[in-house]
Ligand binder design. Structure first.
Ligand SMILES: CC(C)(COP(=O)(O)OP(=O)(O)OC[C@H]1O[C@@H](n2cnc3c(N)ncnc32)[C@H](O)[C@@H]1OP(=O)(O)O)[C@@H](O)C(=O)NCCC(=O)NCCS
Length: 188
């Protein structure tokens, strides 16, 4: 069982605990945050239940999403969360997701988190490919992934019945060799 702790310049990415409950609930109960996500706004009880169930999960289990807290070093509190899932049939492929609290958005935190996670997955774990699937209307996510250098591989048209209507999604991915090249860790 791996206790994940990633440190970036301004953040810690670490396991969620019940001490995060009130901060977690403050943005998980915001409709702007859940608009493009696979969950709806959550009550405090649902948040507590989620954190408790998630606390039994660890990095490395195939096919299981594990949620991690994003803690601001400056504020000493949770400003978002992110999730990593290793693919069921091949744990060298990972899927990720990220949420930043609205009051902390547009400050480069998501970019810092994704760079930290990619560094962890590609450079310390045997990960070949990282995938993120986003709603085709989720401009913030699309800009984020483009800004990091993810490639848009797929555009699925009305592939998901989501919050009462058909939605379309983009699939973005990054390969280890692309990451290493982007970070100039290997010669072209
Ligand atoms: C997507 C999300 C995580 C971005 O977080 P963030 O911390 O605000 O992003 P950053 O500040 O690191 O910005 C990264 C890039 O995206 C751009 N961006 C971020 N939000 C944007 C917005 N609302 N509109 C346009 N561009 C946006 C930034 O300008 C930046 O681009 P640049 O590096 O070229 O300047 C955040 O908007 C969020 O939590 N949304 C709700 C949850 C969600 O939908 N998550 C995705 C599903 S997995």
């Amino acid at each position: 069982m791996e206790i994940l702790k990633i440190q970036t310049t301004r953040l810690f990415i670490r396991h969620l605990t019940l001490l995060d409950l009130s901060d977690f609930h403050s943005y998980r109960s915001d409709a702007d945050v859940t608009k493009f996500q696979g969950f709806d706004i959550m009550t405090i009880e649902q948040c507590e239940d989620f954190i408790k169930k998630n606390s039994t999960k660890y990095f490395g289990n195939a096919g299981e999403w594990v949620q991690y807290g994003i803690e601001s070093k400056e504020k000493g509190k949770l400003i978002g969360d992110c999730a990593i899932k290793l693919q069921q049939n091949d744990t060298r492929i990972a899927e990720i997701g990220i949420t930043i609290s609205p009051s902390e958005q547009r400050k480069g935190f998501a970019k810092e988190v994704l760079n930290g996670i990619l560094n962890f997955l590609f450079e310390t774990k045997n990960i070949h490919r990282v995938v993120e699937i986003v709603d085709a209307k989720n401009i913030a996510s699309i800009k984020l992934l483009n800004s990091i250098g993810f490639k848009q591989e797929g555009h699925f048209i009305e592939n998901i019945f989501f919050k009462g209507k058909w939605g379309s999604e983009f699939q973005f991915a990054m390969l280890k060799r692309e990451w290493l090249q982007l970070n100039k860790l290997i010669s072209k």
